[in-house]
Design a protein around this ligand. Structure first.
Ligand SMILES: Cc1cc2nc3c(=O)[nH]c(=O)nc-3n(C[C@H](O)[C@H](O)[C@H](O)COP(=O)(O)O)c2cc1C
Length: 158
């Protein structure tokens, strides 16, 4: 199995419908090909980790490289791995208002020019990604357990 980390620049503003479409594709590919991972959006950049079979990951990375919604995709690592760090596929946003230490580290990393990236920082960045994913899971779980009032109304109607 392969774990691959990449970064790319977004052509569309944060929180646009395009992110929703990417999210849907990620969930489809998880169900179809068992590609797991986490995609983080920060201002005009993405940082992603995808895990799966060699074939599925190579196909996905070539799709993303040709995807009009991004440019300047750069594969930061592609490693064999025996186990997955991400149990499913999901997407998160770096909260610009409320930056935790790991968000700050990732933000600084993403803001560097690719040519000046220090690849020895990558293991720490990947660790931060796992932490942010766990935080995201907790937030999603809390939302499922006690949805905000507007969402509860929608659930009652549905
Ligand atoms: C930054 C970025 C990350 C993406 N990550 C994934 C991903 O992890 N999984 C996925 O299936 N598609 C991802 N996509 C979308 C793919 O480029 C492509 O549109 C999609 O895989 C096609 O899926 P489909 O054949 O089910 O329509 C990403 C796109 C972008 C721009």
């Amino acid at each position: 199995m392969i774990s691959c980390c990449f970064k790319a620049k977004a052509r569309f503003p944060i929180f646009s419908v395009h992110d929703l479409d990417i999210m849907r594709a990620g969930i489809r590919n998880y169900q179809r090909n068992n590609v797991t991972g986490f995609l983080l959006r920060e201002d005009n950049s993405y940082l992603g980790v995808v895990e799966g079979s060699d074939q599925a990951i190579d196909r996905l990375i070539s799709h993303i490289s040709l995807d009009d919604r991004v440019f300047g995709i750069h594969v930061l690592s592609r490693d064999d791995t025996a186990s997955r760090d991400y149990p499913s596929w999901s997407m998160g946003y770096i909260d610009a208002q409320n930056l935790c230490r790991s968000s700050k580290a990732i933000r600084e990393f993403l803001r560097r020019e690719t040519s000046s990236l220090q690849h020895d920082q990558l293991p720490a960045i990947l660790k931060h990604m796992c932490y942010l994913r766990q935080r995201q899971d907790l937030k999603d779980q809390r939302l499922r357990e006690s949805p905000p009032p507007a969402q509860m109304d929608a659930m009652a109607v549905g």
